[in-house]
Design a protein around this ligand. Structure first.
Ligand SMILES: CC(C)(COP(=O)(O)OP(=O)(O)OC[C@H]1O[C@@H](n2cnc3c(N)ncnc32)[C@H](O)[C@@H]1OP(=O)(O)O)[C@@H](O)C(=O)NCCC(=O)NCCS
Length: 200
């Protein structure tokens, strides 16, 4: 069986992380959950410093503390996706963005991998005491909101976003403890690495 874990970014993944972002460009895909790595392709070390700072950033109306992880498939040690977890929300992120952004590399989509990505991300949320996770997605991105629904997400709001996407946005809430308790099938796919599925 394929197994997955979340890995905190480090120097050893430099070439692979850059290749991950390049794949999105090659396929003309939207990039989410990469914590701005797409702007640091020539300064990966600078990105590592930035993510480390962001993990301990103070919550302000301008900034939120957040962590980024690579979703790694243990079987072939390959980066399959990324996830960005905002550890606390300010007013702006509560309105638009929520706790989690994610992506799966274009060549690995449609295989259920984002569901394990979100499951492992919820374990991180649980560790940080986030009981209700808020996520949003464009209505015309069903792969994203269906992932949320697969983990028990409840659609709590829909609105027209006239600032960023200029389209309908759907907002979901996930009860973290319940999602983790109700999905043993994803726990089976989580590689052994402590209780929260992270390798630091
Ligand atoms: C959104 C994204 C992460 C989904 O990744 P994925 O690994 O292909 O998703 P999964 O295979 O785990 O599928 C999740 C759900 O979406 C459904 N789905 C997958 N691709 C779909 C598609 N193209 N159209 C409609 N539904 C789709 C799946 O059937 C599954 O739902 P189900 O459990 O009800 O069957 C991926 O498309 C991506 O990286 N997109 C670019 C970045 C992005 O849009 N991020 C989200 C921003 S909010």
């Amino acid at each position: 069986m394929e197994k997955f874990y979340l890995e905190a970014p480090g120097v050893s993944r430099k070439e692979e992380a850059i290749a991950y972002i390049r794949e999105f460009r090659e396929y003309g895909s939207q990039i989410n959950g990469a914590g701005g790595l797409n702007h640091f392709l020539t300064d990966y070390d600078g990105w590592l410093r930035m993510t480390a700072e962001r993990a301990v950033a103070e919550l302000t109306e301008e900034r939120v503390p957040a962590r980024e992880f690579f979703l790694v498939r243990e079987n072939d040690n390959r980066i399959i996706g990324m996830i960005n977890i905002r550890l606390a929300l300010n007013g702006k992120m509560r309105k638009h963005g929520g706790h989690i952004g994610y992506s799966i590399r274009p060549t690995e989509r449609g295989k259920g991998y984002n569901k394990i990505n979100l499951y492992l991300g919820l374990k991180v949320c649980s560790r940080y005491g986030i009981k209700t996770v808020m996520l949003d997605a464009d209505l015309n991105n069903p792969a994203s909101w269906r992932t949320m629904e697969a983990l028990g997400g409840v659609r709590v709001r829909e609105y027209y976003d006239d600032e960023d996407s200029h389209g309908m946005v759907v907002v979901y809430h996930i009860d973290t403890d319940r999602a983790l308790a109700e999905h043993p099938e994803y726990e089976e796919m989580a590689a052994a690495c402590g209780t929260v599925g992270i390798r630091e």
